[in-house]
Ligand binder design. Structure first.
Ligand code: PEP
Ligand code: MN
Length: 288
């Protein structure tokens, strides 16, 4: 148990918390999401729209990412938006659409929870719960995720150090849930050319310090669709176990994050290119 009340000693070089530390499981953790293993030899690609917007949008995007070779479908039904006047997501109706898309394509589903009260609801429809960047230190939510047996996709806080990130994962682990996938999604820096600065350093650092699988979200990490394929390839070269990417059947019409959403053709080309990068680092792309 840490002794100080608000700020534990998370200066770099301090010992990582017990359960998350690589030394707790030197062989690494495999997280199973509806039968798909993340953290093994095969790289897992998760793709789909930022937000579930309509039956047609989700069904069509799911069909396209599935035929290009994705294994998981992403899509937010509860959206954390900067402005209260922006589209907030379809809620349970959106979750029902995700469940139907899984039925139609066989893709497992990941969707965000922002609040402890959403955990049970989203768990009824999705195969993995996403805790977003803005909630990485929502401690009641981390505890609730820890009480669940669902796989948890824990994104890095946009202003969190790696120490803080590992402590957030420790919350979930220490409440009993070992099924956590980490996701680097870009951090805030002084740079304004991109939405965030994708911290590629975090990949080898996290792989060294924790046994948990590490994936990368180059969509939020750049904010610009034309940078996404390059940074996705760089992430795999740097040792990531998977990718989370936004794809929309008509990105120019998206209600959320259209400018960073790949066109379906871009995604299909990227999937082919990723095979080569994966092979170069002794890995493969997971196929359903
Ligand atoms: C998302 O994945 O759509 C999202 C809101 O991501 P983040 O929490 O990383 O901003
Ligand atoms: Mn988004």
């Amino acid at each position: 148990m840490e002794t100080d009340s608000c700020n534990v000693d998370v200066t770099s070089g301090s010992k990582d918390p017990d359960l998350v530390s690589r030394s707790a499981r030197p062989e690494g953790t495999l997280v199973k999401v509806n039968g798909v293993e993340v953290g093994g030899e095969a790289i897992v690609v998760m793709a789909g729209p930022c937000a579930v917007e309509s039956e047609e949008q989700l069904a069509e995007t799911a069909r396209l990412v599935s035929s290009a070779g994705a294994t998981l479908l992403r899509g937010g039904a509860f959206k954390p938006r900067t402005s209260p006047y922006s589209f907030q997501g379809l809620g349970v109706e959106g979750l029902e659409m995700l469940a139907r898309a899984r039925e139609a394509t066989g893709l497992a589903v990941v969707s965000e929870v922002m609040d402890t009260r959403q955990v049970e609801t989203v768990a009824r429809y999705a195969d993995m719960l996403q805790i977003g960047s803005r909630n990485m230190q929502n401690f009641p939510l981390l505890k609730e995720a820890g009480n669940s047996s669902m796989p948890i996709l824990l994104k890095r806080g946009m202003m969190a150090t790696i120490d803080e990130y590992l402590h957030a994962a420790e919350y979930v682990l220490s409440h009993g849930n070992p099924n956590i996938i980490l996701c680097e999604r870009g951090i805030r820096t002084f740079e304004t050319s991109t939405r965030y600065t994708l911290d590629l350093n975090a990949i080898p650092i996290l792989k060294e310090r924790t046994h948990l699988p590490v994936i990368v979200d180059p969509s939020h990490g750049t904010g610009l669709r034309d940078l996404v394929p390059t940074m996705a390839k760089a992430s795999i070269a740097a040792g990531a176990d998977g990718l989370l990417m936004e794809v929309h059947h008509h990105p120019e019409e998206a209600l959320c994050d259209g400018s960073q959403s790949l066109f379906p053709e871009q995604f299909a080309t990227l999937m082919t290119d990723l095979e080569k990068i994966a092979a170069a680092v002794g890995r493969s792309i997971h196929k359903l």
